[in-house]
Each structure stands twice: as C-alpha cells, then as structure tokens.
Design a protein around this ligand. Structure first.
Ligand SMILES: Nc1ncnc2c1ncn2[C@@H]1O[C@H](COP(=O)(O)OP(=O)(O)OP(=O)(O)O)[C@@H](O)[C@H]1O
Length: 337
C-alpha cells in the first residue's frame, strides 16, 4: 500500500474538480484520477463540519479494514492513502471500477443482465463475503447491498465500501461495541444491539441481494405492497411461484428454472427470521456453484443436442447399435485357437 503525497492526489483530481467526481455517498465523494499512468478512484470525506467527523471515522475504518485484508479477486483493492498519521487531508486511493454498480445494472440500465451473468455475480459476491468471514482477522461487512457491488473493466463484480465493516480478531478479548448499523432494506432485523453482531447479519443482507438479483425489484418499494422485498418474495418462494419473482423482462427460460428455484431457496434460508437456521457463506457458495454447474451447463448441452438433432441422434444410435451387432457377429465368426 502506497503512502501518497496529498498534493500529488490534489493535482491528480484537478483540486477535486466536479468534472472528476464519479460518485457521492452519504459519507464520501469519489473522484477519478490518473496516478502513475493508472486510472484510480480517490475517496474523500465530506467537508461539511458535522458530516466530516463521521465521514472521517468511516474512511479511517475503511482504510484499517482494507489494509488488513490480503488481495482477493472479489474485493476492491486498496492502493494507498494519504497522510495516515493525520486526520487532516485523509484520502483513500483504490482501484477504479468503470462499469458502475449492481444497483444501476438492475434498476437503471436499459438492457437487463442475462440469467447466467446474474448467477455469476451472485457467486462472486458470495465468494467475497465468504473470504471476509473466513479470514483472520475476520471481517463482517455490515453494508452488503447492490450499490456496494461494483464492476471492473471486464464486468467482474467486486465488493466495495468497507466504511461500516468490523474487524474481529480471534485473540481480541472484547466484543465490538459499535451500535448496530447498515442500510434499511438490507439490514438484518435481528441485529438490534452490538451484542447481536455476527456473520449471519451479512448472510441476511446477501439473501436480500440475491432476491434483488433475481427479481430486479427494489428492496424497499413504497409503491408496492408489501414494500419489503423479503416480505413479498418469501410467501411466493414457499408456494413455489417462481415465475412471479423472476425479472419479468427476462421471464424464466426452462434451462434456468431449476437453478433459479434453487437460488431462491438459498435466498429464503439466508433471510430466515431464525438466525440459527441461516447457512454460512461457505454453504451458500457451495449451493450456488453446484446448482449452476450441474443444472445449467450440462442441461444446456444435452437439451441442445436433444432439441436440435433428435432424428440424427436416433439414426446415429441405431447405426451404432447395428455396427455393434455386426462386430459381435464377426467376432463370433472368427475361429478361436
Ligand atoms: N472504486 C470505485 N470506482 C468507481 N466508482 C466508485 C468507486 N468507489 C465508489 N464509487 C462510487 O462512488 C459512490 C460513493 O461511494 P461509496 O458508496 O463508497 O461512498 P459512501 O459514502 O461510503 O457510501 P454510503 O452512502 O453507502 O455510505 C458510489 O455510488 C460508487 O458508485
């Protein structure tokens, strides 16, 4: 991780010019810049006095968590900071993600992402969360949501925004005391006090993202009843009314129906109101990976072969059978010595 000179970063963003601004969150402004011939994103805390203190804490926390993590292909890379020792002028430099967020892909883009891409995104995000939960120190992200899943230049999804994340060290005697936090719609309703913090809070949020990926429905839609995606989807999943949950712009092709059914069952277990019944992220990764490889790739080939060349397949099978009989016959005709 590089300790950049603050003035170098100011210059690279043209003094935080609005033309370089690529995103604004509740606690930070993100700017595009070129550093050492590479496109990067630079996060700056908000300037307003009251917001500044909280923004600085979040940025500090994000730097602390990201710098404690080894590189992972599914997690945004921290490239450096400026002036680690002083709160003044603190900035975070990270890899630039040019293709926006999953939130925009699902709710803003005019072309809906195809089913295999959605499954791939779900697998990548699940792997990212599994990586956080299995590390030492362990990380609980606490803000898993579609707006925090960003796409790199090859459209690979990566988990970003570690401002709320909590580091848990095995040898640490005290339990974190931060108040419960997250984003409404994704926040685990069982996470009400600091003592209820657990990896299962992230599992719940991941389940909400999974429902969002499959339905493209907003997680809270006040114009619909029920407004919450969880309250809307769970009864439909229980009744196995899968088509009604799927993004209507894509429908439910036969080759995906088993995979999507399986993913919805995984989502339902992730958002279970009984925390103990929720799977671990390791289980989630396994479940989604298995249903994708077994139920998508293989049937695609066998279905295609069956539907495209049924007659030829029958003829081929018949001629193979005839050839086998002929061989057996000629083998029988050959005298044995
Ligand atoms: N590395 C990046 N590359 C490109 N755009 C980014 C990058 N990081 C963040 N952004 C964009 O900048 C915006 C604000 O970033 P971010 O969500 O991290 O800020 P925040 O204030 O911490 O967020 P929140 O409102 O969730 O607390 C986001 O909408 C995101 O799309």
């Amino acid at each position: 991780m590089v300790d950049f000179d603050y003035d170098q970063l100011v210059k690279a963003t043209e003094s935080f010019s609005p033309t370089k601004l690529i995103g604004k969150g509740s606690h930070g402004m993100v700017y595009k810049a070129i550093l050492v011939n590479k496109l990067v994103a630079i996060k700056k805390p908000l300037d307003q006095y009251h917001a500044h203190q909280v923004s600085l804490l979040k940025l500090d926390n994000e730097i602390c968590v990201l710098s404690s993590l080894p590189e992972n292909p599914h997690v945004i890379s921290l490239l450096g900071t400026s002036h680690q020792d002083s709160n003044k002028n603190k900035l975070l430099v990270m890899e630039f993600m040019p293709n926006g967020s999953l939130h925009d892909l699902l709710h803003v883009a005019s072309t809906p992402p195809p089913w295999p891409k959605r499954v791939e995104i779900a697998i990548r995000v699940a792997r990212a969360v599994q990586f956080l939960h299995q590390g030492e120190p362990m990380v609980i992200h606490r803000d898993i949501k579609s707006a925090n899943i960003l796409f790199d230049s090859d459209w690979n999804a990566k988990l970003a925004d570690f401002g709320l994340a909590v580091l848990l060290r095995v040898d640490s005697p005290s339990h974190p005391s931060q108040p419960a936090a997250g984003t409404i719609g994704y926040l685990d309703p069982c996470y009400t006090t600091p003592g209820k913090l657990s990896t299962k809070n992230d599992v719940f949020s991941f389940g909400v993202v999974l429902l969002e990926i499959i339905s493209s429905r907003k997680v809270i839609d006040i114009y619909k009843s029920p407004a919450s995606i969880v309250d809307w989807a769970i009864p439909l999943i229980k009744e196995q009314r899968i088509e009604q949950i799927c993004d209507a712009r894509l429908g439910l092709p036969t080759y995906m129906s088993s995979t999507i059914r399986h993913m919805l069952n995984v989502a339902a277990s992730c958002v279970s109101s009984d925390v103990a019944c929720r799977p671990t992220m390791m289980d989630v990764v396994k479940e989604i990976e298995n249903c994708f490889t077994e139920r998508v790739r293989l049937p695609i080939w066998s279905n295609m072969l069956r539907s495209l060349v049924p007659e030829r397949m029958k003829k081929l099978a018949k001629s193979l059978q005839q050839a086998k009989c002929a061989t057996e016959q000629s083998d029988a005709d050959v005298p044995t010595h």
